[in-house]
Design a protein around this ligand. Structure first.
Ligand code: FPP
Length: 284
């Protein structure tokens, strides 16, 4: 990919099934720093330096959307000094990289309780979003002051308000559960309604309130590696692992066509699911 410099990639995109939407829980910055005898914020500084190579690789692989859990609703409880560093790093990333993101046709979006962010952060964020809004390549999404439970509670409340206004009826939701998606933060960013792959670094194996609705059928990739050590080769490993998973969405493989793939010549999996007569006798 022209423009971006740095690490080289070895993944042959022709052979790999590529997830459309990848979400990353960038965990382990603090522990990474403490294990090396540094203050926690050193881990965030190193962690911030991992963003660009991973965004670059996502773009090169043809991933449509990359969502980064940059700041959770729970993160507000951290010491002021650490919060200050996190917001400074976000501003620095945006100031430094927006020209290059623009050249690479990357679009930038954010979702979460954006109104809670400081004016200084919004003053950098909003112009960057506007500047990149016409781009048509990789969608880079930051979840900021985001919590999945808060998103679902907010959606339920907005739906109830619409019911009170007579715009909806409670049974609408029972008839069509996907209606709730229209009330999620991610609705404005329509393609975010479904996550294909969630990556979490640092050895923790939990979802931590991230995209609870959207990741209902996601595949998960957990690695012991902390985020500051997560390089493009590890990202590629996660993408390759996704490619080897059998995703059935509650059905059986034979009912499903092939996943979206870079290699469009890959034959589909659609086959008829005939039940042999001998087995039919067993179920009557
Ligand atoms: C978890 O590390 C990470 C975060 C709180 C947010 C991610 C932040 C970065 C990657 C830094 C820069 C961010 C941007 C958007 C430029 P942790 O401190 O919770 O790790 P620990 O579990 O080891 O304490």
């Amino acid at each position: 990919m022209p423009g971006w410099s740095g690490e080289e990639s070895a993944v042959n995109t022709k052979a790999v099934r590529i997830p459309r939407h990848v979400a990353i829980i960038m965990d382990g910055n603090g522990r990474w720093a403490e294990r090396r005898g540094h203050p926690r914020v050193f881990g965030h500084i190193r962690g911030a330096s991992r963003l660009k190579p991973i965004v670059m690789e996502a773009d090169r692989l043809g991933i449509e959307s990359l969502t980064l859990y940059a700041f959770s609703t729970e993160n507000w409880g951290r010491p002021d000094g650490e919060l200050g560093v996190l917001w400074k790093l976000l501003k620095k990333f945006l100031r430094r990289e927006q020209e290059e993101l623009n050249r690479e046709n990357v679009r930038l979006r954010v979702f979460g309780e954006v109104e809670r962010l400081g004016a200084d952060v919004r003053d950098v964020l909003n112009p960057a979003i506007s500047k990149l809004s016409g781009n048509t390549g990789l969608k880079l999404n930051f979840a900021l002051s985001y919590g999945g439970r808060r998103e679902l509670a907010r959606a339920a409340s907005l739906f109830a308000e619409d019911c009170l206004k007579g715009l909806r009826k409670p049974e609408d939701l029972r008839q069509d559960e996907l209606l709730l998606e229209k009330y999620l933060w991610t609705h404005e960013l329509e393609d975010l309604a479904k996550v294909d792959l969630v990556i979490r670094t640092s050895g923790e194996q939990r979802i931590s309130n991230f995209l609870l609705w959207q990741a209902a059928y996601a595949e998960y990739f957990f690695t012991e590696r902390c985020w500051p050590d997560f390089g493009i080769e590890h990202f590629q490993e996660a993408i390759a692992a996704f490619g080897s998973r059998d995703r059935r969405f509650g059905m059986v493989s034979a009912q499903l066509g092939s996943e979206p793939a870079i290699d469009s010549s890959r034959p589909g999996l659609t086959r008829s699911a005939e039940i042999p007569e001998s087995l039919q006798r067993e179920v009557v």
